[in-house]
Design a protein around this ligand. Structure first.
Ligand code: ZN
Ligand code: ZN
Ligand code: ZN
Ligand code: ZN
Ligand code: ZN
Ligand code: ZN
Ligand code: ZN
Ligand code: ZN
Length: 408
C-alpha cells in the first residue's frame, strides 16, 4: 500500500496531467486498476482531467476505465481544488468532457468554476436539465476572494448567451433542486432592466416563489423579507445596484435561510450577513464576519487582507482601494486608519498641494533627515516628529554630559 503523496509531489503530478495528451496516451495501455490507483493521488478535478486525457474520443465517455479513475464521489466539483495556473487554461471543451466523464448531470450537487476565466460557459452543456444540482458558482472567484477579478481587461468571456439557456433548462423542470447561484461580476456589473440576465433572474425568482414557503430559521418570518427577492435585481437604489445579481437569505456554504434582522444572541452579530468583498452571504456558523474599521460594512474575517499599521484594526479592500477613511503610504505600503492618523494630519488627502508627495510622515521625516526632502509644506506635517527627534537628541546630549562629568 502506497502512502499518501506529500502535498508538493501531489501538485507536481497535477501539473503533469495538464491536458498534455501526448504524455499520457502511452499510459492508456495500463490496466484500469493501476490508473485508478495513480489517479487517487490527484485532486478531484485533475482526476477527471486525467481520465479525459486518456480518451481522445469524447463520445466514448464515460466508460469502464474512466469510471474507475474518477470514482463516484462528485457531490462537489470545485476547480479551486486544482492549481490556478491550470484552471485559467481550461477551455469549454475540457469542462464539457469533465462533466460528461463524471456524469455530472446525475452526480454533481455543487459546481464551482473557480479561476476558469477562459471559458464561455458552453462547456456546461452536460448539466442540462439536472435535477440534483443545488449550487452553481459562475463567479470564477474562489472562496474569500475579492468579487471582481484582478485579471484586468479583457473581461473573462463567460457569457449569458451560452449559460442562461442551460440554467433555464434546469429551473424549468419540476423538482429543480437549485438553492444558490453566484454570478460573475461581468454580468452583475451593469444593472439593466432589459438584459437577458435580468430576465433570467425574474424567471429564477418566480421559480423559487412557486416552490413553497420558506421561513427564517430564527424568527420564522416569511422569506424573502420586505422588498427582497431571492436574487437581487433592484436597479433603483445604490444598495440594489451594489448587490445586483447576488443571492439573498441563503448561506453560501450550508444553504440555511435567515432574514437579515435576526442576531446571534450574546454576540450581537447577524445570523446571516453579506460580505462586501466576496459578495457572498454566510451564516455565523460558516464564516465569522467582521466590521471594517473605516466603512463599518461587514466582510468575512477571511476576506480581510489589510489592517491599520498602528491599531491593527482590519480594513476592508474596498476602503484600501478607495482610500476611504484610511490611506496607504505609497513609499512604505503601510496602511493607517483615520483614527490613527499621523500627528498634524487632519484629512486624508495626503497629496501635498505643493510637491504632490503622498507618503506617510515617517517616510517624509526619513527623507528630511537625509536632506532629501525640502518642501516647506510637507515639513509642516512632520513638525511633531522633528520636535520629538530634537527632544530625544537633547536628552541624549544631557546624558552624555553627565557621564563625562562623572568620569572626570
Ligand atoms: Zn429572522
Ligand atoms: Zn452557513
Ligand atoms: Zn451588502
Ligand atoms: Zn471598509
Ligand atoms: Zn467574504
Ligand atoms: Zn488604526
Ligand atoms: Zn511611509
Ligand atoms: Zn510637499
Amino acid at each position: 500500500m502506497m502512502e499518501e503523496a506529500p502535498p508538493d509531489i501531489k501538485r507536481r503530478r497535477i501539473s503533469a496531467a495538464d491536458g498534455s495528451l501526448q504524455d499520457v496516451s502511452c499510459l492508456s495501455d495500463l490496466p484500469s486498476g493501476i490508473l485508478a490507483h495513480a489517479a487517487s493521488f490527484l485532486a478531484a478535478p485533475s482526476r477527471a482531467l486525467f481520465a479525459v486525457a486518456l480518451d481522445e474520443n469524447p463520445a466514448a465517455l464515460p466508460n469502464e476505465r474512466s469510471s474507475a479513475i474518477v470514482g463516484s464521489q462528485w457531490d462537489i466539483l470545485d476547480f479551486g481544488d486544482i492549481e490556478k495556473e491550470l484552471a485559467v487554461k481550461l477551455s469549454d471543451e475540457h469542462i464539457e468532457k469533465v462533466l460528461t466523464c463524471i456524469d455530472a448531470v446525475n452526480n454533481v450537487k455543487r459546481l464551482k468554476l473557480t479561476n476558469c476565466v477562459n471559458i464561455t460557459g458552453a462547456g456546461l452543456e452536460p448539466l442540462r436539465r439536472s435535477l440534483i444540482i443545488e449550487q452553481i458558482d459562475l463567479s470564477l472567484v474562489g472562496d474569500h476572494q475579492n468579487y471582481y477579478l484582478h485579471y484586468g481587461r479583457p473581461w473573462p468571456p463567460i457569457s449569458c448567451a451560452h449559460v442562461l439557456p442551460i440554467l433555464d433548462s434546469i429551473i424549468e423542470r419540476e423538482g429543480c433542486a437549485l438553492m444558490h447561484l453566484q454570478f460573475p461580476f461581468v454580468w452583475r456589473e451593469r444593472a439593466s432592466g432589459c438584459s437577458q440576465f435580468h430576465a433570467f433572474m425574474l424567471r429564477y425568482n418566480q421559480m423559487r416563489g412557486n416552490r413553497g414557503e420558506v421561513v427564517c430559521l430564527e424568527c420564522n418570518s416569511r422569506l424573502p423579507a420586505g422588498q427582497n427577492q431571492w436574487i437581487n435585481f433592484g436597479i433603483s437604489s445604490l444598495h440594489g445596484r451594489l448587490h445586483y445579481g447576488t443571492q439573498n437569505h441563503t448561506c453560501y456554504d450550508c444553504f440555511k435561510h435567515y432574514c437579515y434582522s435576526c442576531e446571534n444572541v450574546g454576540e450581537l452579530i447577524r445570523m446571516l450577513a453579506c460580505c462586501e468583498i466576496c459578495k457572498r452571504d454566510y451564516c455565523t456558523d460558516c464564516s465569522k464576519m467582521h466590521v471594517c474599521r473605516c466603512c463599518s460594512h461587514n466582510s468575512c474575517n477571511d476576506c480581510y487582507k489589510h489592517e491599520c499599521h498602528k491599531c491593527n484594526e482590519k480594513i476592508c479592500l474596498n476602503c484600501v482601494e478607495g482610500h476611504e477613511d484610511c490611506y496607504q503610504c505609497e513609499e512604505c505600503d503601510r496602511l493607517f486608519c483615520s483614527e490613527c492618523s499621523d500627528p498634524g494630519v487632519t484629512d486624508f488627502s495626503r497629496n501635498c498641494g505643493v510637491c504632490h508627495d503622498i507618503s506617510c510622515d515617517d517616510c517624509r521625516f526619513r527623507r528630511f533627515q537625509l536632506g532629501q526632502h525640502e518642501c516647506a509644506e510637507c515639513i509642516k506635517t512632520i513638525v511633531p516628529l522633528v520636535a520629538d527627534e530634537y527632544k530625544r537628541l537633547r536628552q541624549e546630549n544631557e546624558q552624555l554630559k553627565l557621564e563625562l562629568k562623572s568620569k572626570s
